[in-house]
Ligand binder design. Structure first.
Ligand SMILES: Cc1ncc(C[n+]2csc(CCOP(=O)(O)OP(=O)(O)O)c2C)c(N)n1
Length: 374
């Protein structure tokens, strides 16, 4: 490793040994920790452990040919669960494609993520009801969608009224690689000049497939918005408490009409980019080991144990994980393939001869195997 990226200033409350300390410099963020009860702490741990279990099971299902692809988020649970719970009840969330942890905090049925990666739906939740918008695979697109949404929120007068039931803000997740897309620079500019209620949450997991984040930026990413008028802060993304507190404060500020801001959560993608990737071809084991030792779940477990949480709790979480694994395995094995003609629907608003021809060809091809479609 060339330089330890954790040398830069960042908001961190939880030490590697699981002790909480609020440095004077971050006292304003530290105030948000006072909102948390023991039940919240247990929920944070439960959800981080649950989503990791889900992730491991999904990888196994992909290896068994049950999913077309899997996108693991192992190592990023602290950033995702913390910030997910920092988002308020009216706020809207625009994810990229790796935000399974954020999805969990907003009640998304985890099976709908698996269905999408098996290709049986296009993202099976309703963004109107969940306020969690659909996954976006084309890098940076969701950042512009989110910014447009936030501009609309402002035009509708739902910012800074002081009415908690009315005001809302938007959060857009993206990776370090996505920040190199022109769309993201455009989004920063539109958000800034319109003083839109949006928080840009960059999970810097340090790799964009095989490109290091040093190939995406010459300045630390938390400073990337400065020239556009989007101030930023860096957090330890493997500290669930920092992620919660900083997201909660920035969302409050956005809702109150203080304009856009950026959070860079420094974390690490422990696994492969997707199940189609072999990271051993482009990065050193030593680097991965360094980050494994900074695991967000282990660190939070130390915090809970220090605060007297007994073994029973951890046993219960382990058991819940086993049940979840069994449940999603069974549900995935039971999935039916959608009718083949669905692939051709909604390409044009009206019937089209070329589409009809393609469908007829495909049906003939499938029939040539002599079997029925599942
Ligand atoms: C516009 C566009 N270009 C290229 C790709 C191919 N691609 C998919 S993921 C990825 C890397 C993204 O890295 P990052 O934004 O850091 O997010 P991460 O996958 O690490 O979470 C690339 C290049 C794409 N999906 N969209």
């Amino acid at each position: 490793m060339s330089q330890d990226p954790t040398d830069l200033p960042m908001v961190q409350f939880l030490s590697m040994e699981g002790e909480v300390r609020v440095p004077a410099q971050w006292a304003e963020y530290g105030e948000y920790l006072k909102n948390l009860t023991e039940a919240d702490y247990l929920k944070f741990y439960r959800d981080m452990a649950r989503i990791r279990r889900f992730d491991n099971e999904a990888t196994a299902l992909q290896r068994q040919g049950q999913l077309g692809l899997w996108v693991p988020a192992i190592g990023q649970e602290g950033a995702q669960i913390g910030s997910g719970y920092g988002v308020g009840p009216n706020d809207h969330i625009f994810p990229s494609y790796r935000e399974h942890g954020v999805a969990l905090t907003h009640g998304i049925d985890l099976m709908s993520i698996l269905k999408m990666l098996r290709g049986v739906n296009h993202g099976g939740w309703n963004p109107d009801e969940t306020r969690f918008h659909l996954y976006a695979i084309v890098l940076g697109t969701q950042v512009l969608h989110a910014t447009g949404y936030a501009m609309g929120v402002k035009f509708d007068g739902k910012v800074g009224t002081g009415n908690k039931d009315e005001d809302l803000a938007v959060i857009s997740y993206m990776g370090d690689g996505a920040t190199a897309e022109g769309d993201v620079s455009e989004a920063f500019l539109f958000a800034a000049v319109n003083e839109s209620p949006i928080v840009f949450f960059v999970q810097n997991n340090q790799w964009a497939i095989s490109s290091r984040s040093s190939a995406q930026t010459k300045v630390p990413l938390y400073q990337r918005g400065d020239g556009f008028g989007v101030p930023g802060v860096r957090i330890d993304g493997n500290d669930v408490l920092a992620s919660y507190a900083v997201t909660a404060k920035h969302m409050d500020d956005a809702r109150a009409g203080k304009g856009p801001s950026l959070i860079e959560a420094l974390t690490y993608r422990i696994g492969a980019h997707t199940t189609s990737d072999d990271p051993t071809r482009y990065r050193e084991d030593e680097e991965v080991e360094y980050w494994k030792a900074r695991d967000p779940i282990t660190r939070f477990e130390k915090f809970l144990r220090r605060n007297g949480v007994a073994q029973d709790f951890f046993d219960e979480v382990e058991h819940a994980g086993e049940l979840l694994s069994a449940e999603i395995r069974e549900a995935t094995f039971a999935l039916k393939n959608p009718p083949i003609e669905n692939m051709f629907k909604h390409v044009y608003s009206e019937q089209h001869p070329v589409i009809d021809e393609q469908l007829a060809w495909l049906e003939g091809y499938e029939a040539s195997f002599g079997g029925e479609q599942q």
